[in-house]
Design a protein around this ligand. Sequence first.
Ligand SMILES: [Zn+2]
Length: 134
Amino acid sequence: MASLKESITKSITTLNVKTNNFMEQSKYKTYISTLEDEIQKLKLQAGTIAYEKWNKGEDAKEEMEAIFQQIAGKYKEIQVQQENIQKLYQQEQQILGTAGNQGQPAAGGIFCSQCGTRNAENYRFCVKCGSPLQ
Ligand SMILES: [Zn+2]
């Protein structure tokens, strides 16, 4: 009974974390494509201004500097979003890793002779069925 309840809780946790992270990730990705669009527009704008200035025999250095600063800022913003996505992924691994291995060590330990669950080496009773461990 306890194990069924446990596995349902585990599934719900997994689903919640994945759904939540998927939505968060979509938000970041949408923002990244917005920033990429803006960068494209700025580059186009820079090119247009540079050409017009050149055509009039004027120097476009100042205008270019201002636009390139904006572009650099947006690239930095994209990097932040990518780091957020990475953090989200690591967080998910952490949460799901913990939920998926409840009471079970990653490696080693003692297997219960009654139910086969892996228990930590210092455990005296099985975490799943309560049988004494050797
Ligand atoms: Zn057991």
